[in-house]
Design a binder for this molecule. Structure first.
Ligand code: 3EB
Length: 337
């Protein structure tokens, strides 16, 4: 592994669990959105994480991260990782408990240390899956807010300021405490994107919790040697929020449309030129999309609206889990490649 090799952008796709060949070459990691949770594992030479996000076999799937370079893996302080000299995937789990801030702070701190030790300083994307996300911890603080507190404290302790936070997802899960995984790059040029129609999450007022959610609305990742108009956009979990307020509580169709509008504005010409990125994208460029829907019975309506906006060739997974604010019914994320 050298830094001289021509850099590539990370690649991922969805696969069904039965078509998965875990021992195929060039696998950096396999994230299973499945019916149970397990600690992250590297026994097969790549990262594997099982997240409890599916109710049965029919909504289970795997997200497979692949690379052209040889992969090395390891584990440090409970954080499992795999890397290829250019990309790092790592994952951790905070077991179920009465509170999550201290566990989150410790696991995130270890993750940030690991990224620095291994030399992957450009953190593009984090995913966080939080069981009982809208329930209170032992002190009466909502578990999502408790998680946000630990995350903010870890970022602060590592001088990870608001301009270096990754794109992220913070979403409900069906069990297993908190599971998370992270994608970082060694040589990639990373630009955080904010949405001019939304208050930056890291500036949310205190009414949403003692510490704000620390994430960027999206990150743009390109690598040396690629022309400036190409690159990937990692779109964070996006919902029906304008300014910092939830809109259309109780109307899942309007919430879906506003979430889509937020993503379209975020990856569209105004936002990208504002961030000096010579690239234009639309919802039809989004792929490996996850749509999180709180109420199972809303999935058909949400799917119908999404299908009108996404490419017919896009991979789209619908997951029936809780969303971080009690008045949000839907959230969606994806990657522009
Ligand atoms: C929002 O815009 C909706 O806590 O990491 C979206 C993406 C949301 C990431 C997180 C939360 C997170 O505030 C919620």
């Amino acid at each position: 592994m050298t830094q001289q090799q021509s850099a590539t952008l990370p690649a991922s796709k969805f696969a069904s669990l039965d078509e998965l060949d875990e021992d195929a070459g060039n696998v950096l990691g396999i994230i299973n959105y499945t019916t149970g949770a397990a600690d992250p594992d590297t026994s097969r030479g790549h990262l594997r994480l099982d997240i409890h996000m599916a109710h049965g076999d029919s909504d289970s799937f795997s997200e497979v991260w692949t690379t052209d370079l040889p992969v090395e893996s390891g584990e440090s302080g409970g954080i499992a990782y795999a890397h290829d000299g250019e990309h790092l995937l790592c994952a951790g789990r905070i077991p179920p408990g009465d509170g999550y801030a201290s566990g989150t702070r410790a696991a995130y701190a270890r993750t940030l240390e690991l990224m620095a030790e291994l030399g992957y300083h450009h953190c593009a994307r984090m995913w966080n899956f939080v069981n009982r996300i809208n329930e209170d911890n032992a002190d009466g603080l909502e578990i999502y807010r408790d998680f946000c507190k630990g995350r903010a404290e870890a970022f602060e302790a590592h001088r990870f300021n608001d301009s270096s936070v990754p794109a992220a997802t913070g979403i409900g899960s069906l069990g297993g405490g908190i599971a998370f995984y992270v994608l970082a790059s060694r040589t990639g040029a990373l630009t955080p994107l904010e949405n001019s129609k939304q208050v930056s999450a890291y500036h949310y007022p205190e009414q949403y919790g003692p510490r704000p959610p620390k994430f960027a609305r999206a990150t743009h990742l390109s690598v040396p040697g690629l022309d400036s108009a190409s690159g990937q956009i990692y779109v964070s979990g996006t919902s029906s929020i304008r300014g910092h307020e939830t809109l259309f509580a109780g109307d899942v169709e309007k919430q879906t449309l506003l979430a889509l509008e937020n993503v379209a504005h975020l990856i569209g010409p105004d936002t990208l030129s504002h961030h000096r990125i010579d690239q234009r994208s639309t919802l039809a460029d989004l792929d490996t999309i996850k749509v999180y829907v709180r109420n199972h019975d809303d999935i058909p309506a949400v799917r119908r609206i999404c299908e009108e906006h996404f490419s017919p060739d896009a991979q789209v997974a619908y997951l029936n889990v809780d969303v971080c604010r009690a008045d949000l019914s839907v959230e969606l994320e994806g990657i522009v490649r």
